[in-house]
Design a binder for this molecule. Structure first.
Ligand code: ADP
Length: 395
């Protein structure tokens, strides 16, 4: 009997899901969907791979429905769309795997305990990721679950790239740079190996530019450095997060502005980045369309910091053969790719405007010394693959 896997990526107000069928080595996505507005006005849309809407639902007065309520209804709906396949597992995106979890892992009570202990390191994501696991366990206690970690891809970075310049005792407790977006980076590394094995073997920077944003320096398909660090706050300017910031600013806000740790956390995670600088929106599309000069300044800072961090990663790599753009902004925002590449012209990067405008797979000009590519990421597929491989290994 064909098997099926559901992937779940739970955020604070959204739950992305996808259904994959797996028949031997044949592995296909059947359905993708999202519940948005959890906690306010929940709204479900599920589509088949051709983009046809299979179901759409708004819950009236659904503001107090929990992940468990949604997952019960979603899994019942999925049962009717398995097409004869057996649902054998749920694979979850889990942002933080800490120092120990460098591979996808079957969910057990002891794993959950270890992952809960990491909540302070990823307060924006980890609690919601774990809530979805607990909700599935409550409504389908016999369904196998696998956690896939965003930190895992960076696990083998050289020690010097992960060390923070703080007293050793703190480093020994795990206060170090972990890196995130690893599920996306692993997907891109594999995809690049399929479509351009020579480039994949070289020195490549992948720019994952979505609401969260980071860069990863890869050599031979492995992460050697990345812009996010101890938490997903570090590095680039993001939709609502500040990125790298002088720690002295935080001391100033705590000691002289009387901010509480909670207020500071909210400022850094939710009120900074593009929305903080622009005062307009955290959404890149809205900023690019806005006539407000503050929106232009936010876009300028976003691209300036990408180029600055990319320069640092070129130094980590000792050169650069390729630059790959991915995620919502990286895959769609022609002007952002252009502005970043203009700032990196000193590396011998030049774009072909027409190829960039149509989001071609290769967008560099023929005389560019660096290959510039646009590759769609697919974290769901990566999670599904890991889930099925983990479950088959355990059988
Ligand atoms: P998440 O990190 O939540 O998965 P995504 O990868 O979906 O985010 O990226 C969301 C971002 O992509 C938003 O800032 C959105 O405005 C931006 N985006 C999506 N499409 C476009 C587009 N056509 N032009 C510019 N920005 C876009």
């Amino acid at each position: 009997m064909p098997q099926a896997i559901i992937t779940l990526n739970a955020g604070s107000s959204s739950l992305k899901f996808a259904l994959f069928s797996a028949d031997g080595d044949d592995f296909n996505q059947i359905i993708a969907g999202k519940i948005e507005g959890i906690g306010t006005a929940p709204h479900l849309v599920a589509k088949d791979t051709g983009g046809k809407v299979l179901t759409e639902h708004r819950w009236r007065n659904g503001f107090n429905l929990t992940h468990e309520d949604f997952l019960r209804q979603l899994l019942d709906w999925i049962d009717d769309h398995l097409g004869g396949a057996e649902l054998i597992g749920a694979g979850h995106r889990v942002v933080h795997g800490g120092a120990h979890f460098c591979q996808p892992a079957r969910v057990t009570p002891s794993l959950m305990g270890a992952l809960k202990a990491l909540i302070p390191l990823a307060p924006l994501h980890q609690p919601h990721n774990l809530a979805a696991i607990e909700a599935v366990a409550a409504v389908r206690p016999h369904l196998a679950q696998v956690a896939c970690f965003d930190t895992a891809f960076h696990h083998d970075q050289p020690a010097v790239a992960t060390r923070l310049a703080i007293p050793r005792a703190l480093s020994a407790e795990g206060v170090k740079r972990y890196g995130f977006h690893g599920i996306s980076y692993e997907f891109i590394a594999r995809r690049l190996k399929e479509i351009n094995p020579v480039l994949a073997a070289g020195k490549v920077i992948v720019a994952h530019l979505g609401n969260g944003a980071s860069l990863c320096a890869m050599q031979g398909g492995r992460s050697i450095d990345t812009t996010m660090g101890f938490t997903a706050l570090d590095g680039l300017v993001m939709g609502t997060r500040c990125g790298s910031i002088d720690p002295g600013v935080l001391l100033y806000l705590l000691q002289h502005k009387g901010m509480t740790p909670e207020e500071l956390s909210q400022l850094l995670y939710d009120q900074s980045g593009l929305v903080g600088v622009s005062g307009v929106s955290s959404d890149m599309r809205a900023l690019l369309e806005s006539p407000d000069p503050r929106a232009r300044e936010a876009v300028e800072l976003f691209t300036y910091r990408i180029a600055r961090e990319a320069g640092a990663l070129v130094s980590s790599l000792g050169g650069l053969d390729g630059l790959v753009f991915t995620a919502g902004i990286g895959e769609n925002a022609v002007d952002i790719r252009r502005l970043v590449c203009e700032r990196l012209a000193w590396l011998g990067i030049s774009l072909e405007a027409e190829a960039n405008a149509r989001h071609a797979a290769i967008i560099n000009a023929p005389d560019s010394r660096v290959v510039v590519s646009v590759i769609s990421t697919d974290e769901e597929r990566m999670i599904a693959r890991h889930t099925i491989e983990t479950l088959r290994t355990l059988v």
